[in-house]
Design a protein. Structure first.
Lengths: 451, 495
């Protein structure tokens, strides 16, 4: 079966290709120290490029601003991730085998990943491979074609991916936490999806065509190129390979999560030996590069849950009640969760550890941190960012993460500017606002009692 | 195609123009804002003392995650934190490597702490208790219980190297860690952390004469002598020796392997790398195994092979540096399958291996795979940290820089070299197989009876695959019935 859209695309071959160019120049005081070139095609495709000193190498990302967040229909959880797999199943021009032969010949490091909010297809390869990459990538984004049988075979690999992660309780814990914490929003399921939906995937071929038609459209995608390339050549090739891609118009109606009004408690047992684990989820705001709350929560996570925190010192080093503790809110397009996870050495101490965490959060809502501590955290965040920019791929994926959130590369600079502006009072405010009993879901995992 | 010609044009110096027994590797790059250290001691799990298995890793962790004479562990953490500086350690079989990364703004202060951790470790009782718990919990509650793929790999190593110094996990055993006192650790440190065992690796934007400061400082370690112990030959594997790890599991994790007598030190290794890449390149769709088991049949998530000890480096798909070995193994990793497909998958993997040995690879496949390896290997050294790691590995194997050596070997390699290496080092008859399974007894019976392993597909598959399946489902596996055993997960890595 062919895609109907292929016929549409042929008709749009003569589409005009004027670029709207906006050139950003790196400024010294910005956290992102490299020049960013941005061009938007008339069909809505954004192309961002960053010259970076990686002689002879480029990182090439195609970002689709669609993830498991977009799985709005019942029974379709995990579909964005499944679709990521199908993107390797070939086109008329380049079969799956032909695509892989090219990638192999280039010696490129090629893969893809899906998260709650986005899907990314990425290659790191020789600069001289740029045109070949643009040819094969633009082709599959416009002309993907696979058989029902290929589709069903790939569904087996998805189940295999679920199975490989299953022995670790974290997958099940996140499944349960998200399912309990969210009543309405699609963050109710993990990216890989509910097992029952994964098992039903072989029957969803027609839906997969609809999924491609909805989301794999230029206005929903961003191409990011980082490394050693020629900007003029890049844009000529963009024109050549992506110019005929037809714009779409689908906008997903993502349901809004209502406010949580009472504490939710989830308990789980695990069949094989495990230390007890505690996971707390507090509803937190969506990513913003304008509002201070989310940047303040990122700083909050460092102050109260990093290795340098008082809680870590007390529970891991002094009292040795736990193996580790982590806490933070991942950036998401919609309000998500500030999650705190700890592994407790003795079942008897679960409540004691939980209360220590509650106590820390309560105190944070009353007592401002010292200016020195706050300065250390800000310094850590700046240096951690600088040290992470150590290859073209790292630069591309970091930039991609901010682009998928807002569509604007400058978000990265704006959010780091906000980090600098976070005050002790902001931290008190977010502690009061988000860490209430009514706003949390508490999940406890213990080992199943032997009979 | 012109490829990555400049990436290796970095300042690559191997310095030995000093009289100290300490060996050095420098990769200075004045423009880099980061300074990377890799301080490597020629000691590893093979140096563990009997009854105290794990003492090497324990000692290295109490150094890297402990305090100095001046600073407690928490004070070290607090000091490093504003700089986002990192200190880590890899304690492997033959070498133990302390890794430090810092922005050059803080080089001096960082170096004082990093060097003090190794030269003047605190050996604090509280750090000892914390890390002892961590080691035991890792074995009891993580490895045995919540990571079936790693459990399969570690079981394979234990099986292959029974009675050999490579035979215990790098972390040790539950009883070994339990029996190790803080005094034992101090004694181990004093005996092994010597100038003779040390190679200093440094890369990035450090001052020109920095290495001399380091040599001077580290000369406070005892001179000692190199404590490389002789390795016996690995035991002979007889037919297919299968260990099934019995534990609750949704799916079956499979690892297959056998020792091979070739390392990066020898020319043949590079030909074998090409063969291996063709057969099972890690986490790509290039390999025969991946295409046959996952691509054609959708049995699982991935299927790969390796011609040396392989650990994936973090979020990359590349080999982790600084896990070198004088004795290597060939292994196949079949990611978890549905329990009913485990037997079939083992058959298919070994049948493909047999075909590889019988038929070799074609000239065309050789050429495309050689080009892939040549180009792909350039990506293994994109960061200075990994470049430094590979430079240390090259020193271990006594070769020029690994990536350059590989390129040189590939240039003169022929398809015959590859096919000769396949015939010389690979075989399919004698291998160890570790399977983590929830249906241990049933699987054992099927393997023992050489029972037909029917496979049911969710969809229509091409006739060519069904034809091939007819051979696979009855492919004879020569199971060594005396060594076909079931072990409970909680019995593993105990002593």
């Amino acid at each position: 079966m062919e895609f109907d859209m292929i016929r549409f695309l042929v008709a749009f071959c003569a589409m005009q290709l004027l670029f709207t160019a906006v050139i950003h120049t790196a400024e010294k005081n910005k956290i992102f120290p490299y020049e960013i070139n941005k061009e938007v095609l008339n069909n809505g495709l954004t192309v961002l490029s960053v010259p970076y000193e990686s002689p002879g190498i480029i990182a090439y990302y195609t970002i689709v601003r669609t993830g498991s967040r977009n799985e709005v229909e019942d029974g379709k959880s995990g579909f964005a991730h499944f679709f990521e797999h199908m993107m390797f199943r070939g086109t008329k021009k380049y079969s799956s085998q032909a695509y892989n032969d090219i990638v192999k010949k280039l010696g490129s490091d090629a893969n893809a990943f899906t998260s709650d909010d986005w899907t990314a297809y990425h290659l790191v390869a020789s600069s001289s491979a740029l045109e070949t990459i643009m040819d094969i990538e633009s082709d599959r984004f416009q002309h993907l074609e696979y058989s029902v049988d290929d589709f069903k075979t790939e569904a087996g690999a998805i189940l295999g991916e679920y199975n490989k992660s299953y022995s670790n309780p974290f997958l099940s814990m996140f499944e349960k936490l998200q399912e309990a914490a969210f009543t309405t929003h699609t963050y109710k399921h993990t990216t890989i999806g509910f097992l029952k939906d994964i098992q039903d995937m072989p029957n969803q071929y027609d839906y997969s065509l609809q999924f491609f038609d909805r989301y794999y459209r230029p206005e929903n995608c961003i191409v990011v190129v980082v490394g050693d390339f020629d900007q003029k050549k890049l844009m000529e090739l963009t024109n050549k390979y992506y110019g005929t891609w037809e714009r779409g118009n689908y906008v997903a109606e993502i349901p809004k999560e209502p406010e949580q009004n009472e504490e939710k408690i989830v308990t789980m047992t695990w069949k094989t030996p495990t230390l007890p684990m505690l996971m707390l989820g507090y509803h937190s705001p969506a990513f913003s590069d304008k509002n201070i709350d989310m940047p303040a929560l990122d700083v909050f996570s460092q102050i109260y849950f990093s290795e340098s925190s008082t809680l870590f010192q007390k529970l891991v080093i002094e009292k040795q009640l736990i193996e580790f503790i982590e806490g933070g809110a991942e950036n998401h397009r919609d309000p998500y969760l500030f999650t705190i996870i700890t592994r407790i050495k003795d079942k008897e101490n679960i409540e004691k550890v939980r209360d220590e965490i509650y106590q820390t959060l309560s105190e944070a809502a009353i007592t401002p941190v010292s200016a020195e501590r706050l300065a250390n955290v800000k310094s850590h965040m700046r240096y951690a960012f600088a040290m992470s920019m150590n290859n073209a791929d790292a630069v591309a994926v970091t930039l991609g993460n901010y682009l998928q959130l807002t569509g604007d590369a400058e978000s990265i600079n704006r959010v780091y500017d906000l980090y600098e502006k976070v005050t002790p009072e902001d931290l008190v405010n977010v502690a009061k606002k988000y860490f209430s009993k009514e706003n949390r879901t508490v999940l406890t995992l213990t080992q199943e009692e032997t009979k | 195609m012109k490829l990555f010609s400049v990436i290796l044009a970095i300042l690559f110096i191997m310095t030995n123009a000093h009289t100290s027994p300490i060996k050095t590797v420098e990769l200075r790059s004045a423009k880099s804002p980061i300074v990377t250290f890799r301080l490597q001691f020629r000691i590893g799990a093979i140096n563990d003392t009997e009854g105290k298995e794990g003492i090497n890793a324990f000692t290295s962790h109490i150094i890297a995650q402990g305090g100095t004479k001046e600073l407690s562990y928490q004070q070290v953490v607090e000091a490093l934190y504003p700089w986002a500086a990192e200190i880590d350690v890899i304690a492997d079989k033959e070498v133990t490597t302390f890794i430090g990364n810092v922005h050059k703004d803080h080089l001096e202060k960082f170096y004082k702490i990093f060097s003090d951790l190794i030269l003047h470790p605190r050996f604090d009782e509280e750090d000892y208790t914390r890390l002892k718990d961590e080691g035991i919990n890792y074995l009891q509650n993580s490895l045995r219980s919540t990571n079936d793929e790693e459990l399969g790999k570690q079981t394979l190593q234990a099986l292959l190297y029974e009675g050999h110094p490579y035979g215990t996990t790098n972390v040790g055993t539950v009883q070994g860690i339990t029996a190790t006192s803080l005094d034992d650790i101090v004694a181990y440190y004093q005996a092994h952390y010597t100038q003779s065992n040390l190679t200093i690796g440094i890369a990035g934007g450090y001052p020109k004469d920095f290495i001399n400061t380091m040599l001077k400082d580290f000369s406070s370690l005892p001179v000692g002598k190199i404590t490389v112990i002789d390795l016996p030959a690995p035991r002979a594997i007889s037919n297919l020796e299968v260990t099934i790890v019995d534990k609750p599991a949704r799916a079956s994790a499979i690892s297959i392997g056998f020792p091979i007598d070739v390392t990066r030190s020898e020319k043949d290794f590079y030909a074998l790398m090409v063969a291996n890449s063709y057969f099972g390149e890690h986490r790509t769709f290039n390999g025969v195994l991946m295409n046959k088991i996952r691509g054609d049949r959708g049995i699982n998530y991935g299927d790969y092979s390796y011609c040396e000890n392989f650990i994936q480096d973090g979020g990359t798909r590349f080999i982790m540096p600084n896990i070198p070995r004088r004795q290597q193994l060939f292994s196949i990793w079949i990611r978890p399958t549905k329990p009913e497909d485990a037997h079939f998958s083992i058959r298919e993997a070994l049948r493909e291996l047999k075909k590889l040995i019988a038929n070799g690879i074609t000239k065309e496949d050789f050429e495309t795979t050689r080009d892939f390896v040549k180009n792909y290997s350039k990506l293994w050294v994109q960061t200075q940290d990994r470049r430094l790691g590979f430079a240390l590995d090259s020193k271990f194997y006594g070769t020029e820089f690994f990536i350059e050596k590989l390129e040189k070997e590939l240039k003169s390699m022929t398809v015959n070299d590859v096919n000769n290496a396949i015939k010389k080092y690979l075989q399919f008859q004698n291998a160890a197989i570790a399977i983590v399974a929830g249906d241990a007894k049933e699987l054992q019976e099927k393997l023992s009876a050489n029972a037909t392993s029917l496979i049911v597909y969710a969809t229509k598959v091409p006739d060519t695959i069904l034809e091939e399946d007819k051979d696979i489902i009855n492919y004879s596996l020569h199971i060594n019935k005396d060594k076909l055993k079931i072990v409970k997960a909680d019995e593993l890595f105990e002593k």
